[in-house]
Write a protein that binds this ligand. Structure first.
Ligand code: ATR
Length: 287
């Protein structure tokens, strides 16, 4: 491994804006990548209160910070502050990664690409002709749903606690070319028999709950829970018992970072080093 050059006048700055943000695993992941490639760059966490986002972005642009990630609560609020959006950011309606240009910030969304990257590398899952049951209708569901349709699934079925949000998401996603998009009442998911089930709700994030009883749904191939802390959820435990292929959200977290790193630097990201840094960061946080 090459060591990162010492911090000096040439050091370029990247970072993440969130509120809160101190728990973020992204600094560990991106600094490990900079170090592995010998790039003279650092990645820092900046706590920015919602009302100060415009000020923070203007200041960081003026100081020629080259790239930023955005997390809760900034992912949609940032959009009017950008000079350009990539097609995926526009389609998803949220931005998690921005790049500095002389004309202003260019925003993209790497969560969707990250989800598909994880699905392909962790589960070797192929999308063509498949049916997917998506649980949840928040920002993560938007990115996951968009990426599955862009990857060529045949049918996306969205089920959410608040059916109205599922309907809004279905309508927005159906505006893009791709497979059919439908909604289903959560009470009607038994018997849905999707090839893949994806949980994007926060149920299972430390509450010991599962968003659905898995066995009656009749999943044919795989289950993904985008939660990564805890590393296994009650939903994933059921998938394991049923002998289904399954994955947690670690792969999505890694691959959204991998995609962002490439968007900023144009360099081939050191994926395994980034994965190891995330895993080390997570186990440090848990201990
Ligand atoms: P994110 O941006 O991470 O997707 P979000 O926009 O807050 O977060 O969305 C959280 C998702 O989890 C929503 O689909 C939410 O359902 P509602 O739209 O009905 O709020 C779902 N969710 C959160 N708590 C839940 C619970 N106890 N039972 C079922 N769904 C829940």
């Amino acid at each position: 491994m090459t060591a990162r050059p010492p911090i000096d006048g040439e050091t370029r700055i990247y970072g993440i804006l969130g509120h809160p943000v101190r728990h973020s695993l992204s600094p560990a992941m991106h600094n490990a990548a900079f170090e592995a490639l010998g790039l003279n760059a650092v990645y820092l966490a900046f706590p920015v209160a919602p009302e100060r986002l415009p000020e923070a972005l203007a200041g960081l642009a003026a100081a020629e910070v080259l790239g930023l990630n955005l997390t809760v609560p900034h992912k949609t609020a940032v959009i009017p502050l950008l000079s350009e959006l990539t097609p995926e950011a526009r389609a998803i309606g949220a931005v998690n990664t921005i790049r500095h240009t002389p004309a202003g910030w260019v925003g993209t969304n790497t969560d969707g690409m990250g989800f598909m990257g994880a699905l392909e590398s962790d589960l070797h899952w192929s999308a063509s002709g498949k049916q997917v049951l998506l649980l949840g209708a928040g920002g993560s569901a938007r990115a996951v749903g968009w990426s599955l349709l862009a990857a060529g699934i045949e049918r996306l079925v969205i089920a959410n606690r608040t059916p109205k949000r599922a309907e809004t998401l279905a309508r927005d996603l159906a505006a893009n070319p791709g497979g059919a998009v439908e909604t289903l009442d959560l009470a009607q998911v038994p018997g849905a028999e999707p090839h893949l089930l994806v949980n994007t709700t926060t149920v299972g994030m430390g509450d010991g709950q599962s968003p659905v009883a898995l066995a009656p749904i009749g999943v044919r191939e795989a289950v993904v829970d985008i939660i990564y802390a805890p590393p296994s959820t009650p939903l994933l435990a059921q998938a394991k018992t049923l002998g289904l292929a399954h994955a947690n959200g670690m792969g999505m977290l890694l691959h959204q970072g991998v995609t962002a790193f490439h968007f900023w630097t144009g360099k081939k990201p050191p994926v395994e080093i980034m994965r190891a840094a995330l895993e080390a960061g997570l186990s440090k946080r848990e201990s």
